[in-house]
Design a protein around this ligand. Structure first.
Ligand code: ATP
Length: 327
């Protein structure tokens, strides 16, 4: 028998899906069940919490999911959950199911919702960072980021072949609304000449100047990576602007939602397993309102207040290095 006072916990995935959420669910469920704590899966994140869509999870339900992309619990975004009355409905549903603790797998938005639910209804919650964007404060890495980077990189390697054959310029748009983490990693690993993110804005004049200089140095093809920013499709605007300024033709490729899917990488499966195991251990040990993250490859526990009140800056050194090495 467990020494924890918790008898039944709920697990849910929330916000954008990320490869590696399934290995995280598996690790959370099996860690809890092996300590004789029952587990309920809440479907579609806060949507299912409000609509009382919950299923009991057993050991064997976790079979053969470690390699699957997406999330077997489905995910969701809920505007209703922003309102206290809907959070009260969700809390009543949890209480009716006998759930006395929660594991939230998601990004900072999901953690904001978790904090409010926990504070208003006295439900202990531990967060696990699951988002392809890697934009969660307090952790070096998030579940799904590595897989998303590798998915984008595979596409960029193929684009590089055709760019080289036709002596072309390509603008490749990757995911990341506020976050330039995918762009900077993919850009460096993919040998990009320019990387544009919300934190690294480069004028069209400068891009044109750099492209002309690299052509003059004998470069025949170029890859520019842009994060989607607040306006997905911005790669087309950039291509138009480059054409108007210089007459140079820059082809556009928008990678889009394929970056969310696919088999999680070994790195993400290992990260997910470590984080989720530690999150359940922390919850059962009586801790609350924290996120399990990783810093310098060590697991850390950070208060959710800190996680949700601070921004994680992008890594500009990678962008500078990419530029330096693309000469
Ligand atoms: P990702 O960035 O990977 O998509 P995320 O968890 O940040 O993940 P969001 O869409 O920001 O994704 O948040 C997921 C859900 O969390 C929202 O749809 C909403 O239900 C809830 N949520 C977000 N912010 C708040 C908030 N301030 N108050 C209450 N609930 C919130």
């Amino acid at each position: 028998m467990t020494t924890s006072s918790l008898k039944k916990i709920g697990v849910y995935t929330s916000g954008g899906d990320a490869p590696g959420m399934n290995p995280a669910i598996r690790a959370a469920v099996r860690t809890a069940l092996s300590q004789k704590v029952e587990v309920v899966g809440i479907l579609n994140g806060y949507v299912g919490m409000i609509e009382n869509r919950m299923i009991t999870l057993q050991m064997r339900d976790m079979a053969n999911i470690i390699q699957r992309g997406g999330t077997i619990l489905k995910t969701g975004r809920s505007a209703e959950f922003m309102k206290p009355e809907y959070r009260a409905t969700a809390a009543n549903n949890l209480k009716a199911q006998g759930i006395d603790g929660l594991i939230c797998i998601g990004g900072d938005g999901s953690f904001r919702g978790a904090q409010l639910l926990g504070a208003e209804h006295k439900i202990p919650i531990i967060g696990i960072p699951g988002t392809i964007d890697n934009d969660v404060y307090g952790t070096d890495d998030t579940i799904g980021f590595d897989t998303a980077v590798n998915t984008a990189l595979q596409a960029i390697d193929k684009i590089r072949d055709t760019a080289d054959s036709h002596d072309r310029i390509f603008i490749v748009e990757v995911m990341g609304r506020n976050s330039g983490w995918i762009a900077s990693h993919v850009g460096l690993a993919g040998g990009a000449e320019e990387i544009l993110t919300a934190e690294n804005i480069i004028s069209v004049d400068k891009i044109v100047e750099n492209l002309k200089n690299s052509r003059a140095r004998g470069k025949t093809s170029s890859i520019i990576i842009t994060a989607e920013g607040q306006k997905p499709g911005r790669a087309y605007d950039l291509s138009d602007a480059i054409r108007k300024k210089s007459g140079l033709d820059a082809k556009v490729c928008i990678l889009g939602h394929q970056q969310r899917g696919g088999t999680p990488s070994a790195h993400d499966r290992i990260l997910a397993s470590r984080l989720a195991n530690a999150a359940v251990e922390a919850l059962l040990a009586g801790r609350n309102n924290t996120m399990i993250g990783v810093q310098a490859d060590k697991l850390v526990e950070i208060p959710l207040d800190l996680v949700t009140s601070k921004e994680k800056p992008g890594d500009k050194t990678l962008i500078h290095l990419a530029r330096l090495l693309s000469i």
